[in-house]
Design a protein around this ligand. Structure first.
Ligand code: FES
Ligand code: FES
Length: 197
């Protein structure tokens, strides 16, 4: 059997040691890189204090995270839904300080020190809010996709104007699109609420 001279064996052993050391160093560098990326992502978050559905909270949000993403992904409030994602359909409508906003357009950082109300926070306990009840009684929905946004917009309308005319209702709710075409029923629901006020 061929036996390498002693000097060659030593050189081979030294080469193997060097490869092992380089491998360990590369692994350590990769772990450090991952840790520093995680640390950077953590540091990139912005701390906010806000109130959602009556509950005060402090949270870390991404600078580019929309309010809708934060509500759905982080707080698991799935009632507000994305239709268009560009502020046109109204399906993502929530109230911020009582005013309707398209949560797909607002950044989560913008609700610092503000009050956010979603469809989940509209009614206390198991009771329905009068607006929800009126939508139910008038069957003012079909697939229901637009309904949370439509209800939140209606709530904001009646808070600011309890007895709106039909024209005012049409105008106020013009930013809420119902692909099922339940506008007649929505109008009837709002009309009933206005008459009761
Ligand atoms: S999803 Fe926000 S307005 Fe359409
Ligand atoms: S009820 Fe289907 S989109 Fe309005």
């Amino acid at each position: 059997m061929f036996r390498a001279p002693m000097v060659l064996q030593r050189l081979e052993a030294r080469r193997r040691r060097r490869v092992a050391v380089q491998g360990a160093a590369a692994a350590a560098a990769s772990n450090t890189g991952r840790a520093s990326r995680n640390e950077k992502a953590r540091r990139l978050k912005i701390e906010i204090r806000t109130r959602v559905n009556g509950r005060a909270m402090a949270a870390a949000v991404k600078p580019n995270q929309t309010l809708l993403e934060w509500l759905r992904d982080d707080l698991h409030l799935k009632g507000s839904v994305e239709g268009c994602g560009v502020g046109v359909c109204g399906s993502c409508t929530v109230l911020v300080d009582g005013r309707p906003v398209s949560s797909c357009l607002m950044l989560a950082t913008n609700v610092e020190e503000r009050q956010v109300t979603t469809i989940e926070g509209l009614a206390p306990g198991d009771e329905l809010d009068p607006v929800q009840q009126a939508f139910l009684e008038n069957q003012a929905f079909q697939c229901g996709y637009c309904t949370p946004g439509m209800i939140m917009a209606t709530k904001a309308l009646l808070n600011s104007n309890p007895r709106p005319t039909e024209e005012e209702v049409r105008d106020y709710l013009s930013g809420n699109i119902c692909r099922c075409g339940t506008y007649k029923e929505v109008l009837a629901a709002v009309k009933g609420l206005a008459e009761k006020s």
